[in-house]
Design a protein around this ligand. Structure first.
Ligand SMILES: Cc1ncc(COP(=O)(O)O)c(C=O)c1O
Length: 375
């Protein structure tokens, strides 16, 4: 069987269609050269305004963005076991939630289609609204159902989800972003990709619901530090990650919100501390012009395309003055590129304001190539 990216999808022995990341074994890192790191620091948070950029640590990017078009980045790891379980349960139709530019709904539409399950996307917005991403979801057989912002706020309420399932003739639902225990256990595999290759001392990843980070923490060794960078203001995220991490042997972890650390946990010392719950996170999905310039310049110097909602803000925060204090001399840091590039099409007009128009064109050409999506 072939999906739209032309990649092969095999059935496993249980007869369940197992979604294959295109060549998981060859997932690679890009280690920034000294010049690329310096450029990134200069374009990042102005950390080097007066002084010199630091060059005494190594910074690499784990390229989950290169894995597959149909469940790019963390989506493959979050959805794979969920879809496999639905197949085993013989579920006919599943619903889930997202915004009009949701990478999660796009990935669900594709993985559900591959798994032979019908899908319904419950979208925050007005009936009749349309865009290229929604059109792609429909082209994968996803039925779209629009609800108001007020209704959308009830997406975590099991009674509301149950009513929607009944109304839309679905057997079950996946939470927004697919964030549940199966997603967390799926994301443990990200850690094995990191751990197998090299001895990184610190692993950094963007945090929304925290499911991806919790999986990485569970999968990393106690000698590694894992840092999540919050891109959404969410006072519940620390407790959620702590719950998902559980009591097994895992790495120590902390959360950073763009200005400071907001909590830390370590099972080896048995300590957790939810620090300040105040937030310095910029408004979700409202990238500043400075962030967009950073993304374009980062692409220009490294060839790595970041998105403006998750990986862009997180990587730029990881190179900020406030964060750099936590990186010791000689550390080998790896940033997990969690994908998110399909949703970037929702920001084209903002990117068009960037000074370096030629680089914006190249950036979108790359995104087009990686996601199979027209500009
Ligand atoms: C590209 C990207 N990176 C990171 C995240 C954050 O993942 P999580 O919600 O598991 O924290 C998301 C949300 O799913 C995402 O789309």
């Amino acid at each position: 069987m072939q999906n739209e990216g032309g990649e092969c999808v095999k059935s496993n022995v249980r007869g369940v269609i197992s979604l294959q990341f295109k060549d998981l074994a060859s997932v690679k890192y890009s280690t920034l050269s000294g010049a690329q790191l310096r450029e990134a620091l200069l374009h990042g948070s102005g950390v080097c305004g007066a002084g010199q950029p630091r060059s005494d640590f190594e910074f690499s990017v784990l390229r989950l963005d290169l894995g597959t078009r149909w469940a790019m980045g963390n989506k493959y790891f979050k959805l794979r076991d969920n879809l496999d379980q639905l197949v085993v349960q013989k579920a006919r139709r599943v619903l889930s939630f997202g915004g009009a530019w949701s990478n999660h709904l796009l990935a669900l539409s594709q993985t559900a289609q591959i798994s032979g399950i019908q899908s319904v996307g419950v979208v925050r917005g007005e009936e009749g609204f349309d865009n290229k991403l929604l059109a792609r979801m429909r082209s994968h057989g996803m039925r779209l159902h629009f609800i108001s912002r007020a209704q959308y706020r009830r997406r975590h309420d099991p009674d509301f989800c149950g009513e929607l399932c009944q109304q839309l003739d679905c057997d079950t639902w996946l939470p927004e972003g697919g964030a549940n225990e199966l997603a967390v256990s799926g994301c443990e595999e990200i850690a094995s990709l990191i751990g197998n290759r090299s001895k990184f001392t610190q692993v950094i990843s963007a945090v929304g619901t925290g499911a991806t980070l919790a999986g990485i923490v569970r999968g990393c060794s106690p000698t590694q530090k894992v840092t999540g960078i919050q891109v959404v203001s969410d006072p519940g995220v620390f407790d959620r990650i702590d719950h998902w991490v559980g009591n097994g042997v895992s790495a120590s972890w902390s959360l950073f919100n763009g200005a400071g650390f907001t909590g830390a946990g370590s099972k080896s010392t048995g300590s957790t501390s939810a620090g300040s719950k105040s937030t310095a996170v910029s408004p979700y999905a409202k990238p500043s012009s400075r962030l967009l310039e950073f993304i374009v310049q980062f692409y220009k110097s490294t060839g790595i395309a970041l998105d403006p909602v998750y990986t862009g803000p997180a990587l730029s925060a990881a190179l900020s003055a406030a964060f750099l204090h936590s990186i010791a001399r000689g550390e080998k840091v790896v940033f997990v590129h969690t994908g998110g590039l399909a949703g970037t099409a929702g920001f084209i007009s903002q990117f068009d304001q960037c000074a370096d128009r030629a680089s914006v064109q190249h950036y979108f050409a790359r995104i087009h190539a990686l996601t199979g999506q027209a500009r």
